[in-house]
Design a protein around this ligand. Structure first.
Ligand SMILES: Nc1ncnc2c1ncn2[C@@H]1O[C@H](COP(=O)(O)OP(=O)(O)OP(=O)(O)O)[C@@H](O)[C@H]1O
Length: 368
């Protein structure tokens, strides 16, 4: 919970905003105290350059949103930074330490963890077992420690205590001994976030935390994300739900066709023409908020559907299946995608999906 508040904003949020106040609103802008810096990162899939990031910095202690239409390269960029996929080129560092070629478990141990768009909670393990797994790779795995049961037993106790604390914080303690597979989509997202915190990270990367979350849990999830900053962590999250972005992000970075297109505070970025153009090319003179309102009203949805109907026919002939191909090599989904439970992110998803699909019709050909 916030350590203190100033004029309705927590001290941590005030600090994050102050640190970003003088940052130029331009792609690749330098930050006062970056926790993560990436340079010239490229990832190619066949003929498709999915990620082509010249330079990006993430400000420590802030909540940064990474937005962009479907297929912009956001998840692939996350995968590269966290070692779940290999870049063709580039370098990136966390707290000044190069992470190029570092495997995911070590990246997590160093203090940078991520969650997945499709949750990775292991269905056939209980909630507490999932939590305890989140702490793997810690002290107890060393050979010498394993020789001294007293040492690993005390560590086991610490791990269980931390897991139980987190479960209480995330209001999952009553589910402690249930199978993860029996949880709702939203509860799994909470479990995944709680599990990520088992390694006591400094940077938490959340890939679409709101996707598949029931409206009843939306508020609680938002509060948990804000709470990460309150506890001194840095958050970088991918999201299509613009309400969430507006509500919690201190800074927004926009990706389109693999590149960083724009950066700035949420309101400034969402009314930036380059950004609107990336989402829906034809509607230059409106903000994303106006586009969302129109989508809710149905007028724009019809227009988009008509546009997609025309282009969709061509795409059907040429483009291979979209989402099945986006799982990067070496990343396995241990279960079926969580079903959407009618959350508020749908409208924004439609916007982004429409834009992504429209763009990808031309771009993905032969790329996968
Ligand atoms: N393993 C893969 N093989 C081939 N193409 C891939 C692979 N992974 C991603 N791509 C392609 O790279 C591009 C970027 O995909 P990515 O999933 O990173 O986008 P995204 O911005 O995260 O989209 P979304 O918002 O839909 O999650 C897309 O065109 C996608 O189809």
């Amino acid at each position: 919970m916030p350590d203190d508040t100033m004029g309705g904003l927590s001290v941590r949020r005030e600090r994050a905003l102050a640190a970003l106040a003088d940052v130029p609103r331009e792609p690749g802008a330098k930050k006062a105290d970056p926790i993560l810096v990436a340079d010239d990162v490229k990832r190619q899939f066949g003929g498709l350059l999915a990620v082509d990031v010249d330079h990006v910095e993430i400000q420590r202690g802030s909540i940064t949103a990474l937005i962009g239409p479907n297929g912009a390269g956001k998840t692939t960029f996350f995968n590269l930074l966290t070692g779940f996929d290999r870049a063709n080129n580039g370098s990136w560092s966390f707290n000044g330490r190069s992470l190029h070629g570092t495997p995911p478990y070590r990246v997590a141990r160093i203090g940078m963890v991520r969650t997945f768009q499709l949750t990775k909670a292991l269905s056939k393990l209980t909630v507490i077992e999932n939590m305890r797994l989140g702490a793997t790779g810690q002290r107890g795995e060393s050979f010498w420690r394993a020789m001294f049961p007293a040492l690993w037993r005390s560590q086991e106790d610490d791990i269980t205590e931390r897991a139980e604390d987190l479960l209480r914080r995330f209001k999952l303690d009553t589910k402690r001994d249930d199978f993860a597979g029996s949880l709702s989509g939203g509860q799994r997202k909470l479990l995944e976030m709680a599990r990520a915190l088992m390694v006591q990270p400094e940077l938490v990367m959340l890939d679409e935390p709101m996707a598949g979350v029931n409206p009843a849990l939306t508020e609680s999830l938002l509060e948990h994300v804000k709470d990460l900053r309150e506890q001194g962590m840095t958050v970088l999250f991918v999201e299509h739900d613009m309400d969430m972005v507006r509500d919690i992000a201190d800074w927004v970075i926009v990706m389109g066709q693999g590149k960083i297109l724009a950066e700035g505070p949420p309101e400034a970025v969402m009314s930036d023409h380059k950004v609107i153009d990336a989402y829906l090319g034809a509607h230059h003179d409106q903000s994303l908020a106006e586009l969302e309102e129109q989508l809710e009203g149905g007028a724009l949805a019809e227009e988009v559907a008509a546009e997609l109907g025309q282009e969709g026919a061509a795409a059907d002939d040429e483009a291979p299946t979209a989402k099945a191909d986006t799982t990067p090599p070496g990343t396995t989904e241990d279960e079926a995608p969580t079903t959407t439970e009618g959350d508020g992110a749908q409208t924004a998803d439609v916007t982004a999906e429409a834009a992504g699909a429209a763009r990808n019709n031309g771009d993905d050909k032969g790329g996968r």
